[in-house]
Design a protein around this ligand. Sequence first.
Ligand code: CUA
Length: 158
Amino acid sequence: MRVDLYEKVWIALSLLMLLGFLGAISVSVFVHGISLPGAEQRIDPKTVVNEPPFATPGIRETGPGEYEVYLLSMVWSFVPNEIRVPAGARVTFHATSRDVTHGFTIHGTNLNLMLIPGLVATGTATFNKPGEYLFICHEYCGLAHQTMAGKVIVEEKS
Ligand code: CUA
């Protein structure tokens, strides 16, 4: 069988591309420590509403200017759907879904999570400027998907 020169070039290029992708994945996993949620973040979506900490979703202060929010999502709402913090607050969100896969993104921040039933997603955002920050579900989850939203209200420091 005769392999044309062009074929050799294309085979070499595709192999190079695969190596490039493999390299990019390796760097994100081993250098930046990016990984999918592990087993320690698993919950049972059927009982999550009855067990702490998601039995009492909401915001708690964990230190000066530091907050954590336990947030539940379900068709078609977030609990809580209004979160108040003072300007400068650093907020860590722990969020999950009771039913289908939802999304969670807060406008004006780069927080963007997938809420997959059975897993807890975690992310942190800092709110320096007072104002209202809309958060929405960005994963199509049924008829009223577009109504699934809430807001973070950042108040002037008193
Ligand atoms: Cu929840 Cu779209």
